[in-house]
Design a binder for this molecule. Sequence first.
Ligand code: HEM
Length: 432
Amino acid sequence: MRQGLPSGPPLPVPVQTAIWSRQARRMLYACQDRYGDIFTIKLAYEGTWVILADPAAVKQVFTGDPHVFHAGEGNQILAPFLGRNSLLVLDEKPHMSQRRLLLPPFHGERMQAYGETMAEIAAREIERWPTGAPYELRPRMQAITLDIILRTVFGIEGEQRMSELRDALREFLDLTTNPRLLLPVLLIGPGRVRGFGPVRRRLARVDGLIHREIAARRRDSGREQREDVLSMLVAARHEDGSPMSDEEIRDELLTLLVAGHETTATSLAWAVERLVRHPEKLQRLRAEVEAGEDDAYLTATIQETLRLRPVISIVLRRLTEPVEVGGYHLPAGVSVAPSIYLAHRDPEVYPDPEAFRPERFLDNPPGTYTWIPFGGGVRRCLGASFAQFEMAVVLRELVKRREIRPASPKPERIFRRAITETPRHNARVVLS
Ligand code: HEM
């Protein structure tokens, strides 16, 4: 067992921070080449990160004691927007009890109930897309995933209410992904940013609309027949039998929106971006969908997209106590960071790792600690089944309806946008 931190670049913290903010992936590769599957980087504001690429170390983190491995602490920057009850910002017991309330609507088989709504929304949107000229799919995928969340999670009905919430939430989402807001948040602290004029106004508008929906649902006597997530949260009970408060429900609805909207839309954009550059694979997928066979190739395509183009490149756990990880005795206060990016490019697990090859998953289901686009352990993405199901529904509707080719033969580079890693040109294609 080695004491102290694993090696890492001997550069001053501001230099490491600058490189990370612009060239995160290149930095990960370069450090792995030089230092191996465990190394340390140091970032301003964030502190010390020990990056992990080895499946055994990743497993250790994901199965580690939640009292020692804190994920919520690293997400405090979201608290002013999502609220103090948000699953993303909690740790330990409060996290587990909130997660227990949220889990039931996200079980795999429950997703089936949402299939028809998802397909309708996707089909209607796709029918509107122009043909014959270059068109960016990522913003349109965002429109689809936002409407799907509004209907299936918030349970919104009627065009008038949909459009009110759509506008308010778009404004809110722009706030959470606005890089210009990062500086004031860091300067005055996340706690006080809610007092900021534009932030306060947008939050007040969203809160007003959401509280109106919660109140309407509490009054709705037909609630038990409803399948949306909000109805289930209204019916959910804490361990002591008490219902969730309006504040808790508001915080979790916004959390589901922020965690589930852009991630899924961007993954969908990547799936199309990769498929159009491999016409034979797109053809195979279309043939499977048209034959109405099982979804083996569609499922493998989604798994391969999430492997090769994970929209989030690392997950973080801050250590509350000294602990042994990957052969090092690490001190409290540092963060360990399983790198989704590096884990997904391990040539021993994925031969020819840069190649887009859905076939690799046809006979080999993804491994728990080697395929980690949704993180893992007690913090594993709550919406993992929802997202994969949704991606399958949308891709099916798209390949059924349209021929798709790339707007340019060159693959799109990976571009970091606030949190997610997106296709540089938003998946530009020509539909026919
Ligand atoms: C392709 C789409 C998605 C990707 C790639 C993704 C990825 C992730 C990742 C990497 C995490 C952190 C896991 C960890 O720390 O170990 C996470 C957490 C989470 N995700 Fe997703 N996500 C997606 C879609 C969704 C959807 C559709 C929803 C809900 C509607 C959702 C809700 C959540 C929530 C609530 C958490 C926090 C879980 C917790 O802390 O206990 N995600 N997601």
